[in-house]
Design a protein around this ligand. Structure first.
Ligand code: ADP
Ligand code: ZN
Length: 744
């Protein structure tokens, strides 16, 4: 008998093996040990009872060496989902199965779990309790026994210290046989370190809009009925409350809930609220957890100990039984897309999983992606709108500052406009808080020579180096490959000593705020400032507790946070994203501006936003300031139609890498040629390229790009794979990205 197996090796596709006659045939989802080019690997059975593989004709078929499970280790529906992912995104099954497996699924030992000492009272101990105080015990020890008598399941040892008992008292009682100590296995609780969310009030009354939305969603959630609903609610309209109520109804009906969030650390409130509402029926899955934590959580889900999974994109593959509701919060967020193989979008996999499970899929956002809104408008998705903020709090009043006027007044070095500086001063004086957004890290964005105009560029990538730090700590760094160099005193090209810094990033903004508002307590939140584990949650909770007045940061500060005391949001430059040569530049800018403006005025005080730009008339800036999503959609759709971009056509991006520019281009030309030939008279494909993409060189390799547009993804994918596969040495250096989020 033959089976097909996926092993967690990204480059490998399905492998076919024989099951020896003396072995019980494994079921789909079971782990098996198989020989792969001289090594023993653990894989997952993807097809039991497979047909003869034509490709194997004549070759000796290898046998599996062992079967590790009688029952599926990975549930069958998840195995199927992994298979779909591998096929749709044109990646290997090996890569997809890696995404599905818990870390270290192979041979993890029971003692890899964290253990905790738990103390409980013995029968002898119980006899002493309630008796008149005897000289044998100290009064401390006596009260310890009394405490234990009230806790039949025992008390974890660390709690004694918290209540003022020494380890010594416990040890003495143990010596007298009055208490016993056991080791309990604990599943690591990833919420331990999470921010404390403000307590949720279960008796809270829903607003009329929330109530309507909930009833409509409830009606769509009939068992066995697949449906996708876009919950389009402005920032602060109370979407989370709807997720919670709907989830609780699902659980009552005995069905599971999968809740995807863009990044747990940045949306801790959502995870914490779910934990508050559903206690230990919730498991968490995200990449910030250690392997051990992830593994514990994965096992809890698989055992059926939990009914709710909250996690980042990979949680869509969680082994949860009977999912009835799948929520994708902030569905437009680019972190749902995995930028390595398999290059899947968690939102789209969620829709497929929902379809196969007969579940309701809820996509929530204040700024839906063009794809999702297009589907909603065309009737493929239901659309449910929340137009008002909770308690009818007004959206922030937005002012646009034309930076050309500021430069005319204050010179080209201005970072904070006069309006923004005054507003910051006012807020800080009143004890209110402000967020300042600049989606660019570092101090200065480039260094150039005033004499010959040469810039300091990365030797490995086609970008200029970014200056980090000031004074002696100053370094130039590449944001793509991390190459780091000193900032030289002289120009490498002409030796002139006139090197100047240009452009600015978050570090410079932080310095400017300190200079212009010396009384403000300022901190910075970007990838550089939160490298240390736990630094991000620390910073966010310090801001929440009012220990920081002004928080400067990248788009990390724009995500779902709810800080009631923030009354001012400043966008230092709305133009950062618009400069990118990417077809989603306007969409990204619109989303970022709308989201960040939505962070202001979520408490009792009304909020204001100030947006600095060189293009005050650009539609994505204008419409974001008016928070007019439908108008933006129409305008942007027109652009996509004209330029033939998604959501109006399907897009596949192919990048061929090479040691030299010409070898990359030649190989890509060959692929493009085959694609055009294969298309023949039908002309269903549009093949663009090869051409060097904006990032023509990356990490030392040259890149050539082919964009494939068309109406039928399956055909496009098949044509592309056929073109690549006839040259295996090109295939190895080629990356295929189906439904790419960015084509840089
Ligand atoms: P969104 O995710 O839509 O931006 P949130 O779910 O964060 O909005 O809700 C915004 C704020 O309103 C939160 O502080 C939340 O606790 C509060 N809230 C939600 N629903 C209600 C309600 N029915 N009554 C009072 N406050 C609410
Ligand atoms: Zn580089």
């Amino acid at each position: 008998m033959l089976i097909r197996v996926a092993v967690p090796v990204p480059t490998l596709d399905l492998l076919t093996y024989a099951v020896p006659p003396d072995m019980v045939a494994p079921v789909v989802g079971a782990r098996v040990v198989v020989p792969v080019s001289g090594r023993s690997l653990t894989g997952i059975v993807v097809e039991a009872n497979a047909a003869q593989d034509a490709a194997l004709d004549g070759k000796a078929l290898k046998s599996i060496s062992d079967v590790l499970d009688d029952e599926p280790f990975v549930p069958q529906d998840v195995v199927e989902l992994a298979r779909w992912t591998a096929e749709y995104y044109a990646g290997g099954v090996g890569a997809a199965i890696t995404a599905v497996l818990p870390p270290k699924a192979r041979g993890i030992r029971a003692d890899a779990h964290k253990r905790i000492r738990v103390v409980s009272i013995t029968a002898a101990g119980l006899e002493l309790v309630g008796r008149p105080f005897q000289g044998r015990l100290s009064s401390k020890q006596h009260s310890l026994l009394e405490m234990l008598a009230g806790a039949p399941a025992g008390i974890p040892a660390p709690e004694f210290a918290a209540r003022g008992f020494s380890a010594d008292s416990v040890a003495r009682l143990k010596k007298h046989g009055l208490v016993s100590v056991r080791q309990d296995r604990i599943d690591r609780d990833p919420f331990e370190a999470a921010l404390n969310a403000p307590p949720n009030d279960p008796a809270r009354r829903l607003t009329a809009e929330q109530q309507d939305a909930l009833s409509r969603l409830r009606a769509l959630a009939a068992p066995g009925t697949f449906c996708v609903a876009l919950l389009h609610g402005v920032t602060g309209s109370g979407k989370t409350e709807i997720y919670l109520r709907l989830s609780s109804e699902m659980l009552a009906a005995g069905r599971g809930v999968l809740m995807l969030v863009p990044e747990i650390a940045l949306t801790p409130a959502v995870a914490a609220l779910f934990r508050q509402a559903f206690g230990d029926r919730v498991a968490v899955q995200h990449s910030g957890l250690s392997d051990g934590e992830r593994h514990d959580q994965w096992q809890r889900i698989r055992r059926g100990d939990v009914a709710v999974v909250v996690g980042t994109r990979s949680a869509i593959f969680a082994p949860l039984a009977r999912p009835g509701l799948i929520i994708v919060d902030e569905e437009h967020d680019s972190s749902y897309k995995q930028e390595e193989s398999p290059r899947y979008n968690g939102r789209d996999v969620a829709i497929v999983r929902g379809q196969r499970a007969g579940a309701l899929v809820v996509l929530g956002s204040a700024t839906p992606s063009m794809e999702t809104y297009h589907n909603a408008v065309s009737g493929r998705f239901e659309r449910i709108v929340l137009q008002r903020r909770i308690l009818d709090r007004p959206l922030a009043a937005v002012s646009i500052v034309d930076m050309r006027e500021e430069y005319a007044q204050g010179g080209p070095d201005v970072v904070l406009s006069r309006l923004l500086t005054t507003a910051l001063d006012e807020r800080v004086a009143k004890g209110e808080q402000a967020l300042l957004l600049l989606n660019r890290r570092g101090f200065a964005t480039s260094v150039f020579c005033r004499q010959c105009a040469a810039t300091i560029d990365c030797p490995n990538c086609s970008v200029s180096l970014v200056v980090h730090g000031e004074g002696n700590a100053r370094r130039a760094r590449c944001h793509y490959c991390n190459y780091t160099a000193r900032v030289p005193a002289r120009c490498a090209a002409c030796a002139a000593p006139y090197l100047e810094q240009a452009g600015f990033g978050t570090e410079r903004v932080e310095a400017e705020v300190k200079r212009l508002c010396p009384q403000a307590r300022v901190a910075r939140l970007d990838r550089d400032s939160v490298r240390r584990k736990g630094a991000l949650t620390d910073l966010l909770s310090r801001f929440r507790d009012g220990e920081i007045d002004v928080l400067v940061g990248t788009q990390m500060i724009a995500k779902g946070h709810d800080f009631p005391n923030v009354t001012l949001v400043g966008v230092i430059s709305a133009d950062v994203g618009l400069g990118m040569a990417d077809f989603r530049a306007s969409e990204r800018t619109f989303q970022l501006l709308t989201q960040v403006a939505g962070r202001a005025g979520r408490g009792e005080q009304p909020g204001a936003a100030i947006v600095q730009t060189l293009y005050p008339d650009h539609y994505s800036i204008q419409l974001a300031c008016r928070q007019d999503y439908p108008a933006f959609y129409e305008r942007e759709l027109e652009f996509r139609r004209r330029m033939r971009y998604p959501p109006l056509v399907a897009l596949i991006n192919t990048v061929v890498r090479g040691r030299t520019f010409s070898s990359a281009m030649d190989d890509a030309a060959e692929v493009a040629q085959k694609l055009r030939e294969g298309d023949g008279e039908q002309r269903v494909l549009r093949v663009l390229g090869p051409a060097p993409p904006p990032l023509g060189r990356l990490r030392g390799e040259y890149r050539a790009q082919i964009l494939l547009k068309g109406g039928n993804r399956r055909r496009m994918r098949e044509a592309l794979l056929a073109a690549i596969r006839c040259r295996p040495e090109i295939a190895r250096r080629t990356t295929v990205d189906v439904d790419p989020l960015s084509v840089l």
